[in-house]
Design a protein around this ligand. Structure first.
Ligand code: ADP
Ligand code: ASP
Ligand code: MG
Length: 410
């Protein structure tokens, strides 16, 4: 008997009728002779509503209470799905994070899973119960409710699959799989049959929200093969798995974009040892992740530093940076939250040159100015004005021959 972990995202459980559809799929998997564990998200739009409520209440809500609030959406969907399964004659039981317990660290709103105490779940599975787990949430060692960051139900599911050594981890969403780029922006995007963990990590970290990055990190670490597929049909989806030789023959496998970052520049920073550490340490203490960093060539003992932070942390980061800038005797702090990062990704880039220059050329032809650049061996990212996001994704997708007709012809 196999153990199957299935995760259903917000759109898939977005209405009573859709929850019934999920229940039918879960029941079929169970009837096929499997043990089944289901992880569900909040109904579509619910988490956004909760986030907005917190914002209406105060500018900087308590992090603890924020997690208590935003974790509630998932509790609604697990109860509804369990009720539905029970009404169909199945044994089903819902679990919120602390009932498992899914133990995390105490980094509210971006907590990391430390361990899963699966004794109760295993007993339930043994007696034929379908387990329905609230994604996105856990509990820290002090008993506080925590959440895993937006999109975190993917990570709950993969962590469960890794912890319980599941045979299959299926992530059901509202698209058929992982595409060469967001199919909502480029309808000609092609579905990938499989993608390596490293490419998927880059795509997720560079903005492709189809999987949360931490879920891919977990999958890679524990060798969980993820099958991303649609909850609305039975088409085969995309396997996220170990790299193989075939993958290296593709130069660029995907284009990602991210509009969720903001740019901060600190001007006239005294150019001496220790300054970068003084600037970035308070941000890391505040649990703010800094992404791209550019330091200009020093001029008369001063330099300019530009970096990006998540938009969600923008106000908090700006306040901290303004204070630090004063302390270290830097000049002014300027910022821009209307930026986007566009990236091309592919393990094939390791062995090919000229990919970055082609990207720059394609953007230049459209008159799009590049504000920042960062590269790794399997990706190139450019920060541009947010208003050119869709255009740049489309022209890059076209230029690198990723649309369905090109892939078929090639
Ligand atoms: P869920 O609620 O099921 O977790 P998400 O909205 O988090 O779903 O993720 C699915 C969405 O990811 C799709 O609707 C699609 O618009 C978006 N997306 C972005 N990049 C990609 C990509 N490369 N392939 C597939 N989907 C993508
Ligand atoms: N409900 C949470 C969110 O909207 C978690 C998830 O859907 O994965 O971010
Ligand atoms: Mg998601």
């Amino acid at each position: 008997m196999a153990l199957v972990v299935q995760k259903y995202g917000g759109t898939s459980v977005g209405s009573i009728e859709r929850i019934r559809n999920v229940a039918r799929r879960v029941a079929k998997t169970y009837d096929d002779g499997n043990d089944v564990m289901v992880v569900v998200s909040a109904m579509a739009g619910e988490t956004n509503k909760l986030v907005a409520l917190a914002g209406e209440m105060c500018e900087f809500p308590s992090e603890r209470e924020y997690d208590v609030l935003v974790s509630t959406g998932e509790q609604v969907s697990i109860a509804l799905l369990s009720m539905c399964l029970q009404s169909m004659g199945y044994k089903a039981k819902s679990y919120v994070g602390f009932q498992i317990p899914m133990v995390t660290d105490n980094a509210f709103s971006k907590a990391r899973i430390k361990r899963i105490e699966d004794k109760k779940i295993r007993e339930d599975l043994k007696n034929g119960t379908i387990i329905v787990v609230a994604g996105f949430q856990g509990i820290d060692e002090e008993g506080n409710i925590t959440t895993l960051g937006r999109g975190g139900s993917d990570t709950s599911a993969v962590a469960m699959a890794a912890g319980l050594k599941a045979d299959v981890c299926e992530i059901f969403t509202d698209v058929d799989g992982v595409y060469t780029t967001d199919p909502r922006i480029v309808p000609e995007a092609s579905k990938l049959e499989k993608i390596s963990y490293d490419e998927m990590l880059e795509m997720a970290s560079l903005g492709s929200k189809v999987l949360q990055i931490r879920s891919v990190e977990f999958a890679k670490k524990y060798g969980v093969v993820i099958h991303v597929r649609s909850s609305f049909n039975d088409n085969p989806g995309t396997l996220v798995t170990k790299e193989d030789a075939e993958m290296e023959t593709v130069l660029v496998s995907g284009i990602s974009y991210n509009k969720d970052e903001a740019k901060i520049s600190v001007l006239r920073v005294p150019d001496k040892p220790g300054i970068a550490s003084q600037l970035f340490t308070p941000l890391s203490h505040a649990n703010i992740t800094v992404d791209m960093i550019i330091q200009n060539v020093s001029n008369e003992g001063f330099t300019d530093l530009t970096f990006t932070v998540p938009k969600a942390d923008f106000k908090k980061a700006l306040k901290i940076v303004e204070e630090t800038a004063k302390e270290i005797g830097a000049g002014s702090v300027i910022c821009d939250d209307k930026i986007a990062k566009v990236s091309i990704i592919g393990v094939g880039m390791r062995s090919h040159s000229g990919v970055a220059s082609k990207m720059f050329q394609v953007l230049a032809q459209e008159g799009i100015n590049i504000q920042m650049i960062s590269t790794s061996e399997i990706k190139v990212s450019c920060v541009i004005d947010a208003k050119y996001t869709e255009l740049s994704v489309r022209v890059l997708h076209e230029a690198f021959g990723l649309s369905k007709k090109d892939v078929k012809a090639g």
